[in-house]
Write a protein that binds this ligand. Structure first.
Ligand SMILES: [Zn+2]
Length: 254
């Protein structure tokens, strides 16, 4: 039965992945996520049901638009498959439980951030606010008001630390080192993972971002790369690997 539900979670996740792609690429550009309906980027032909099946359509159409035969990017089916895998892993880790709902909400936020920050260097406030409310309501229902307030406190500490890192970076590089979106995103990562794990996610993200940053810097000085996607990847890895740094909080309160 677990295999059956794992496959179902993968399929549901891949459909959500397709939707997150639309949300992440349209919202920062102030476009509606409902209209216009999905269309080919090249010939603008409206896509029908069979063209829109996550992952499957790409292979069925041999990676080309059905109407203009323009090659489609491999990124879309890849992102849908990754979302499917993450949904499946969350199910395998948490089973059908409240923590599964919270984990899926958090992972969904981070996937939308990866798309929007990568494509437009913007993390829309609307996305952050909606997911902050969702996560707080879910944490409140599952653990009660005092735990919920504790998580808010972790979020505030995390974004405060991120603000200090940004101010130090601005001073060091004599220019804006980090966007405001990263500081707000850090509130949600701290809220979810606790502030020690949130700080670890920044270190981890910097480590992952270093190779692409160095390659881009060699090609073109002053090339800016968004930090949000790396921060999101680090937070997803920390969540799913079960690495928990929050024993530091206990050490500090003893
Ligand atoms: Zn086309």
């Amino acid at each position: 039965m677990q295999i059956y539900f794992s496959i179902v979670m993968f399929l549901i996740g891949s459909c959500f992945g397709s939707f997150f792609n639309v949300v992440g690429s349209r919202l920062p550009r102030n476009q509606s996520i409902i209209t216009p309906s999905s269309h080919c980027e090249s010939c603008h032909h409206k896509l029908k049901g069979l063209d829109l099946i996550p992952i499957f359509s790409f292979f069925f159409l041999k990676g080309k638009c059905r109407y203009c035969h323009q090659k489609l990017g491999i990124f879309y089916p890849f992102f849908e498959a990754v979302t499917g895998i993450l949904f499946m892993v969350c199910y395998l880790l948490y089973g059908f439980s409240f923590p599964l709902l919270i984990a899926l909400t958090f992972v969904s936020l981070l996937l939308i951030v990866i798309i929007s920050d990568y494509q437009t260097m913007i993390i829309p406030d609307s996305v952050l606010i909606v997911f902050a409310v969702l996560l707080l309501v879910e944490i409140f229902i599952s653990t009660g008001i005092s735990e919920c307030l504790k998580h808010v406190f972790y979020g505030i500490i995390s974004s405060g630390i991120m603000l200090c890192i940004k101010l130090f970076g601005d001073f060091l590089f004599k220019k804006e080192s980090m966007g405001g979106g990263d500081i707000k995103l850090m509130f949600l990562i701290g809220l979810m993972l606790g502030w020690p794990s949130a700080i670890l996610s920044v270190l981890f993200a910097s480590f992952i971002a270093l190779p692409p940053a160095l390659i881009l810097y060699r090609e073109k000085e002053n090339h800016e790369i968004p930090f949000g996607p790396f921060l999101s990847i680090a937070a997803i890895i920390l969540l799913l690997s079960g690495i928990d740094m929050n024993f530091i909080i206990d050490l500090l309160t003893i």
